[in-house]
Design a protein around this ligand. Structure first.
Ligand code: ZN
Length: 194
């Protein structure tokens, strides 16, 4: 209970601080959101993306799940993507992996973790597909880091093949797609690419 109370107190302080420096902030935000970014990241509690990037409320549309998956049959992901691209007209869609991702490590493991095994089937498939490259790396940390990169690349590719992104690019519209893992950029942008 004590920890839960801390959340309410932090929120009260947050509102007071913002209002003190910008009395109209919350009224403007209540009217509409105009984010330039859709961020697709991991649900890991250590990667709170708004805090890490310093964006204010209203600046970033966010979708998070275990191991930052962008599966083409995930209705949740597709709904977020469609709204962000077609309605909010975001300029950038960013898939972001992170060091020490438990989802990526679980996919490398032979152990069973329950329902999440199904969720991570695509990452396990990457392990199989890139077995030779991963096996050649010196240790599990290096393998996990490389798999994190491969996973991000895979998700960016899958996003680029969705009818939502393809349709936007055919209409000559954004978004630019970005993949980030360990700070190494890989980008796709449309129209005409992907
Ligand atoms: Zn993670």
């Amino acid at each position: 209970m004590e920890n839960l109370q801390r959340l309410f107190e932090n929120n009260k302080r947050f509102v007071e601080e913002i209002t003190a420096s910008d009395p109209d902030f919350f009224r403007r935000r209540a009217e509409k959101q105009e984010p330039h970014f859709l961020f697709i990241g991991c649900a890991d509690s250590r990667v709170p993306i708004e805090m890490l990037t310093g964006v204010a409320p209203g600046e970033m549309f966010v979708h998070r799940n275990i191991a930052n998956q962008a599966m083409p049959a995930d209705l949740n992901l597709l709904s977020v993507l469609q709204y962000a691209v077609d309605v909010l007209d975001v300029k950038h869609v960013i898939v972001c992996g992170h060091l020490g991702c438990g989802g990526v490590k679980a996919a490398m493991s032979d152990a069973s973790f329950g329902l999440v095994d199904h969720w991570l089937a695509g990452v396990r498939e990457l392990v199989r597909r890139h077995k030779d490259e991963l096996d050649a790396l010196p240790d599990d940390d290096a393998r996990a880091n490389r798999l994190t990169e491969l996973n991000v690349l895979r998700q960016v590719h899958q996003l680029s093949r969705t009818p939502i992104v393809q349709g936007a690019w055919k209409r000559g519209r954004r978004p630019l797609l970005h993949g980030r893992a360990r700070g190494d950029p890989d980008e796709k942008e449309g129209p005409g690419r992907g």
